[in-house]
Ligand binder design. Structure first.
Ligand code: SF4
Length: 122
């Protein structure tokens, strides 16, 4: 029996509600509600391979700021967010740091770096 899942497309401000129909084995049968092909592409990625930007803070040393905001330079698999957050929970940085500096290169062998979202001074 076919199942339906609904997603909100974030491709543009219209925010179409896109309904995905899948069979009992998870095979995609169709899309409905999207006003353009971008909606299908977005929902296909969300269903098969969802990714997110990981944002977090890391502890600092030798700075008046106790924490530094960081984020991944590109989205990573949603299933890796918890592991990535665990790495960042063990990470400490020292000043000086400038926005965009690499804090953790190649997080979890994803090919994606974690970069500073703010400056850090002593
Ligand atoms: S389906 Fe197309 S029109 Fe609708 S929100 Fe996505 S990008 Fe915008």
């Amino acid at each position: 029996m076919a199942k339906k899942e609904t997603f909100i497309c974030i491709g543009c401000p219209l925010g179409c509600e896109v309904t995905l129909t899948i069979d009992e084995k998870g095979k995609i049968l169709g899309f409905a509600g999207n006003k353009c092909k971008e909606g299908e592409k977005y929902v296909f990625e969300e269903y098969t391979n969802p990714v997110r930007i990981l944002t977090a803070t890391v502890l600092t040393q030798n700075s008046a700021q106790p924490l530094l905001a960081v984020r991944t330079s590109k989205p990573i698999l949603k299933t890796m967010l918890a592991q990535g957050a665990a790495v960042l929970a063990r990470t400490k940085v020292k000043p000086p740091v400038r926005v965009g500096d690499i804090i953790v290169p190649n997080l979890l062998d994803t090919g994606v770096d974690v970069v500073a979202s703010a400056n850090l001074s002593s």
